[in-house]
Design a protein around this ligand. Structure first.
Ligand SMILES: Cc1cc2nc3c(=O)[nH]c(=O)nc-3n(C[C@H](O)[C@H](O)[C@H](O)COP(=O)(O)O)c2cc1C
Length: 161
C-alpha cells in the first residue's frame, strides 16, 4: 500500500520513529515515503492510500507546522487510511494521553485507525542552553535519556496494517 509518513522533529527522535515504521511497513512490499515537513512543506497527498503523521511534544504542544498541516488537509487525510503518533517524554499516563488528545483534532482522531504515543529521547548534545535548562527542570536529568517505546511502535504497526 503506497504510504507517506510525514513528520516534524526537533532533535531527530520523531524521524527515527518514522524510519522504524517505514522499515516495518515496507516488509510486505508496500512503497513507503518518509517526508520531513521542514524540508517538504507541501507534500502532495493524492497518490498515497495510507498516511501517517508524526510530531513531538515540546512544552506541552505538538509543533505548530503539524497542526497547521493537519488543519489544512483534514478532508484529504480523512479520505485515507490514517495513523497519528507523537513522541514525548511525559511519564504520567493521563498527562501523556492529554498531550496526544491536544495534538490532533477530534475529526482526525476519530478517523485514525492507528494512534501512538511512542515515548522519546532527551538528546542533551543536540539541545541549546535553554532547552537543557528546561529539561533539567522538568525531568531532573543531566544525561541523555533514550526511551522510545518499541511496544507502542509494534502496536501502531499492527493497527495500521
Ligand atoms: C525543551 C524541551 C521541552 C519538552 N517538553 C515536553 C513536554 O512538555 N512534554 C513531553 O511529554 N515531552 C517534552 N519534551 C520531550 C520531547 O517530546 C522528546 O525529547 C522527544 O523525543 C522530542 O522528539 P524530536 O527530537 O523528534 O523533536 C521536551 C523536550 C525538550 C527538549
Amino acid at each position: 500500500m503506497k504510504t507517506a509518513i510525514i513528520f516534524k522533529t526537533k532533535h531527530g527522535t520523531t524521524e527515527k520513529v518514522a524510519y522504524m515504521l517505514a522499515k516495518a511497513l515496507s516488509a510486505d512490499g508496500s512503497e513507503i515515503r518518509v517526508i520531513d515537513l521542514a524540508k517538504t512543506r507541501q507534500p502532495h497527498l493524492v497518490s498515497y492510500e495510507r498516511i501517517i503523521i508524526g510530531g513531538s511534544i515540546h512544552v506541552g504542544k505538538i509543533q505548530r507546522e503539524i497542526r497547521t498541516f493537519c488543519d489544512k488537509h483534514t478532508d484529504a487525510l480523512c479520505a485515507k487510511k490514517l495513523g497519528l503518533y507523537i513522541c514525548c517524554m511525559e511519564t504520567d499516563e493521563i498527562k501523556r494521553q492529554k498531550e496526544f488528545e491536544d495534538a490532533f483534532s477530534e475529526k482526525l482522531k476519530k478517523h485514525a485507525s492507528a494512534k501512538g504515543i511512542m515515548g522519546g529521547e532527551f538528546l542533551l548534545e543536540k539541545m541549546n542552553f535553554i532547552e537543557r535548562l528546561v529539561v533539567r527542570k522538568i525531568a531532573h536529568t543531566k544525561e541523555s535519556v533514550f526511551d522510545i517505546d518499541t511496544q507502542a511502535v509494534k502496536k501502531f504497526i499492527s493497527e495500521i496494517n
